[in-house]
Design a protein around this ligand. Structure first.
Ligand code: ADP
Length: 402
């Protein structure tokens, strides 16, 4: 039995889950939020208990210490020595990592060198890693990359049609994201619906949350994914535009007098559902407004669905057909309204037969939505990125690699 910690560090947050492995039992989980602001929030959930405290949390080091102190304070572990490995989620693994790797100084330097590809997360990952190294000296860490699952794409799928020398020299290509989630969804679906046999399976995975991406998975391996050089690419999202005609950047900079950086920020933070609806980036608000007759909210929902449908069509062709389509993440798992809009857009072309009654109110649990005779099985499947991190920790411990 091993206890391992799955950690996800953002620029001002630290999410964590402590597992007992191999049982995959969650001993506790929580969030440290608003790190670096005047008042931070520390939260922990264990068993039936829930604690939330407001206090200044100046940096990730203090955040990590709060988490670890809480483990002994609330009797979740007797001693911190019980923790055998810390697994960190890392967004960008670039060309260097096609699987998880030991998070040592050498790999930390590589991750840091990719900051231009992920300015938002890379510094936070390094800060978080250092914080846990200091708080748990001698306990090994691993890095689990969001991009690793997508490293099996062929050049035709990951290259942009720009001068080849530029792609090479600047490592400018599609890396994708959400790989840990797509990997979990494919593995679970193969276990539940294909008797554990990956060979011959064609899966279309829709991870649709405030960040959204689709992934075409053949024989259990990624062949194409919608996010690009950064998570800005692909389908429309909560606040991100997704794919745009590249001339939109130049045109709007000229029209508005805004800089490239300002425009880039708008495409990342003020576009998507929020930008089109003018209401919210949250599908619950958008749906409510659309149902009250707000036309722009309705338009944003339809546009969102159409963008996802376009990618479904593209990946159906890329896979040479599809056996199973998965809806997951915040919207995919919880929003019957958005699932229906998307399914209505693709059902005719894909020969789907959907039980729309079953779809209504379905939230956060695995369920088959398609009926007998549907050419593609359609399911809702909750994702679990943290358990993948814990599994990678366990694999490394058992292989004696850490
Ligand atoms: P992130 O990309 O931050 O991980 P999530 O996958 O958690 O995002 O998705 C969050 C989004 O999911 C919310 O912004 C909202 O649009 C949608 N969502 C979450 N819960 C529900 C719900 N109960 N009903 C409808 N939509 C939901």
């Amino acid at each position: 039995m091993y206890k391992v910690m799955a950690v996800n560090c953002g620029s001002s947050s630290l999410k964590y889950k402590l597992y007992e492995m191999p049982e995959e039992k969650v001993l506790c989980s929580g969030n440290v939020e608003r790190i670096g602001l005047a008042q931070g929030i520390f939260g922990i959930k264990y068993g039936e208990e829930k604690v939330s405290l407001e206090l200044p949390i100046p940096d990730h080091k203090v955040g990590a210490k709060l988490v670890l102190d809480a483990l002994t304070k609330y009797g979740i572990v007797k001693s911190l020595d019980e923790i055998k490995c810390v697994g960190h989620r890392v967004v960008q693994g670039g060309k260097y990592f096609s699987s998880s790797a030991e998070f040592d100084q050498h790999n930390a330097d590589l991750i840091e060198s990719m900051t231009p590809l992920d300015p938002l997360h890379a510094p936070a990952h390094i800060t978080g890693w250092k914080a846990f190294c200091e708080a748990l000296p001698g306990v090994p860490s691993i890095a689990v990359f969001d991009t690793a699952f997508h490293q099996t794409m062929e050049p035709e799928d990951y290259l942009f049609p720009i001068p080849y020398e530029m792609s090479e020299k600047y490592d400018c290509r599609r890396y994708g994201a959400h790989g840990t989630s797509h990997n979990y969804l494919a593995d679970t679906a193969i276990k539940h619906y294909f008797g554990g046999k990956a060979e011959g399976t064609r899966i279309l995975s829709c991870h649709i949350g405030s960040g959204s991406s689709l992934c075409a998975i053949k024989d259990g391996k990624c062949v194409a994914t919608s996010m690009g050089l950064t998570p800005l690419g692909g389908v429309m999202m909560g606040t991100r535009s997704g794919d745009l005609d590249p001339s939109v950047m130049d045109y709007l900079c000229n029209c508005t007098g805004k800089s490239v950086d300002e425009m880039y920020d708008i495409f990342n933070k003020k576009s998507g559902l929020l930008g089109v609806s003018g209401v919210s980036s949250d599908t619950r608000d958008v749906e409510a407004a659309a149902k009250e007759g707000n036309e722009r909210a309705l338009l944003s929902a339809k546009l969102f669905a159409r963008r996802v449908a376009d990618y479904i069509g593209q990946y159906y062709v890329r896979l040479g057909g599809c056996d199973l389509m998965i809806f997951s993440a915040g919207i995919g798992e919880n929003s019957d309204y958005f699932r229906e809009l998307i399914l209505k857009d693709v059902e005719e072309a894909l020969g789907l037969k959907i039980d729309y009654k079953k779809n209504i109110g379905l939230r956060g649990k695995e369920e088959v939505l398609s009926l007998e005779g549907s050419k593609v099985k359609v399911i809702v499947l909750p994702t679990d990125e943290e358990v993948m991190i814990a599994r990678d920790c366990l694999r490394r411990i058992e292989n004696g690699r850490i």
